[in-house]
Write a protein that binds this ligand. Sequence first.
Ligand SMILES: CC(C)(COP(=O)(O)OP(=O)(O)OC[C@H]1O[C@@H](n2cnc3c(N)ncnc32)[C@H](O)[C@@H]1OP(=O)(O)O)[C@@H](O)C(=O)NCCC(=O)NCCS
Length: 180
Amino acid sequence: MINLGSKKIGMPGWKNENMLSDETLKNIYGQQALQYFNEDNTSLFVFSNSKSFDLIELEQLLQAVGWGRRPLRRVKRALDNSLLKVGLWQHDPKFPRLIGFARCTGDGFIDATIWDVAINPVYQGYGLGKELMSYLMRCLKREGISRVTLFADSDVITFYKRQGWTLEPKGNKCAFWYSN
Ligand SMILES: CC(C)(COP(=O)(O)OP(=O)(O)OC[C@H]1O[C@@H](n2cnc3c(N)ncnc32)[C@H](O)[C@@H]1OP(=O)(O)O)[C@@H](O)C(=O)NCCC(=O)NCCS
């Protein structure tokens, strides 16, 4: 049983003695990685937009949330052609474990569309999905991309609504656009 608590990441000035040094963080997870501890400081989670993925591990994650198997060759091409890939890892110095993922396609300047948002079921309900979306949106904003869309299944609409996403005007296609 994990206890992730409710502590949020990225609080200015928030420090933890078990945090990775900037250099270690950068070496393992890349330049813009972000650390997140659970409430009792026992598990370290890291968001990254540049750490590479083990394709088999990624597909296992996506299958764990109930999505169908896809040919790895095609998945690799899709990732190569994506604008942004964001991973969430449970940190381990030797074997970080991928527990969350999302990616975007787009033109790189104006529009982006979010796909494949997933958190491993064991880790769902602790705020990590929300933080993953927030990290992803910050990455897009950094690139000046402000118009972002996604297509949500009807059973996760509330997840996005709580983060400020708005249902597309007619509200019947489950497409969302980001208002800010
Ligand atoms: C959707 C998903 C990414 C959410 O991740 P998560 O880590 O469980 O979500 P969080 O814990 O960050 O939840 C944030 C908020 O959204 C709510 N929420 C989470 N999942 C929800 C769902 N399926 N339906 C409605 N609300 C949901 C939470 O209650 C929470 O509300 P709060 O801020 O008022 O406390 C995760 O459940 C998942 O991977 N689902 C399977 C794959 C999927 O459907 N992806 C979306 C494709 S469109």
